[in-house]
Design a protein around this ligand. Structure first.
Ligand code: AGP
Length: 363
């Protein structure tokens, strides 16, 4: 097992560092280098022209990637929603043959997600699975499968598969939005260019990350809060899930505007707040962070170097400049590292947290 970790102490850290390669593999051949357009041969242009709404179903970290994909699709003008797969049979919106249901599951074997996929198919929806495992049950049962090509992920905490899923959902979303506009070339070329630059951006960020120092500085806090808006909200949820999963410390993610509707009562000087800035109404998120800071909470801004939040926050985790649709994915990598180093300081069994399994094949 040690041999498989190479130079790293844990698979999780290895897999965090594999993200540039994983994303390059995910994107390989899927953006045309000459035209800068989507070359998603998995789905020819026009495949989704009759789809009226998209429902994403998933659990855990894959749900956060699904939420990311769904919010991005809404912002692109396509009606979509992300649902927890284990809630789907009791909370799904109406489904018909104009509905596309996208199951997001790295393993392709999560029982709750398979149940949701089967329910959707029974109701007449078209189905796609976005997965890392060729030959998995989800890949075989869905009408179509889109493979994220992240390579094996051994750590129970999903890291590189989240990033690869979110990137593939961004590409898929662009194809769906273009099909709905009836113009296959209506994808956002600036977004696709930034997407193609993601592997290098993550590589550069990993080389100079301050995450270890931040984890050290706030070790032994009482609780850890993560806030964000829009796509940044899904990153806040994912940041908190990763943190609690491997450190066993209390962590919660909130939509930044929700802080004042209750969670602010929990905020003290002992509760660091990680604020994710993605360029979606950042001034409001900054105001929300300042409300926490006024109550004594240290604020760690996750944002580019020249962002106004840097002056206001107590600490800064830098992300490279990119499209607002992708900034959250960079922020998420910084938060993965914070969780990793915090868990390492606490001497937790990082790759195999207690009570958890890599793939949950029971309901
Ligand atoms: C994430 O770190 C967890 N291990 C867990 O939430 C996981 O994402 C969830 O169980 C879904 O797994 P899947 O992607 O294989 O369906």
């Amino acid at each position: 097992e040690q041999a498989g970790k190479g130079e790293y102490d844990h698979f999780m850290l290895k897999e965090i560092n594999e993200q540039p390669t994983a994303l390059a593999q995910a994107l390989e051949g899927r953006i045309d280098p000459d035209t800068g357009r989507i070359a998603l041969s998995d789905f020819e242009p026009g495949t989704f022209e009759d789809i009226e709404s998209v429902q994403f179903v998933a659990c855990g970290t894959s749900y956060h990637a699904a939420l990311y994909g769904s919010l991005a699709l809404n912002q692109a003008g396509v009606q979509s929603t992300a649902l927890l797969a284990n809630e789907y049979s009791v909370s799904a919106p109406p489904i018909d043959d104009d509905t596309l249901v996208v199951a997001v599951t790295q393993s392709g074997e999560t029982a709750d997600t398979l149940n949701a996929l089967r329910h959707a198919a029974d109701e007449g929806a078209s189905t796609v699975t976005v997965t890392n495992v060729v030959g998995s049950t989800a890949a075989r049962e869905a009408d179509e499968a889109l493979f994220i090509r992240a390579g094996p992920e051994i750590g129970v905490a999903a890291t590189k598969t989240f990033s690869s899923q979110a990137v593939m959902l961004t590409l898929l979303g662009q194809r769906i939005a273009a099909d709905q506009r009836g113009d296959p070339s209506a994808d956002r070329s600036s977004l696709l260019a930034e997407l193609a630059a993601m592997p290098d951006a993550i590589e550069d960020m990993l080389a100079v990350s301050d995450a270890e120092a931040i984890a050290d500085q706030y070790a032994n806090s009482q609780s850890y809060f993560f806030i964000g808006r829009g796509l940044g909200f899904s990153v806040a949820l994912e940041g908190a899930l990763k943190f609690k999963e491997i450190t066993y410390e209390h962590a919660e993610g909130f939509a930044s505007g929700e802080l004042k509707h209750g969670p602010l009562a929990l905020v003290t000087p002992d509760t660091p707040v990680f604020a994710v800035f993605t360029g979606e109404e950042d001034e409001k998120t900054l105001k929300n962070a300042e409300e926490a800071q006024t109550r004594g909470a240290p604020v760690i801004a996750v944002c580019p170097a020249d962002h106004r939040a840097v002056e206001v926050a107590d600490e800064h985790l830098e992300i490279p400049e990119t499209d607002s649709d992708l900034a959250g994915l960079l922020a998420n990598v910084q938060l993965q590292l914070v969780s990793y180093y915090a868990a390492d300081l606490l001497d937790r069994p990082i790759d195999k947290p207690r009570n958890l399994a890599k793939s949950v094949t029971v309901e």
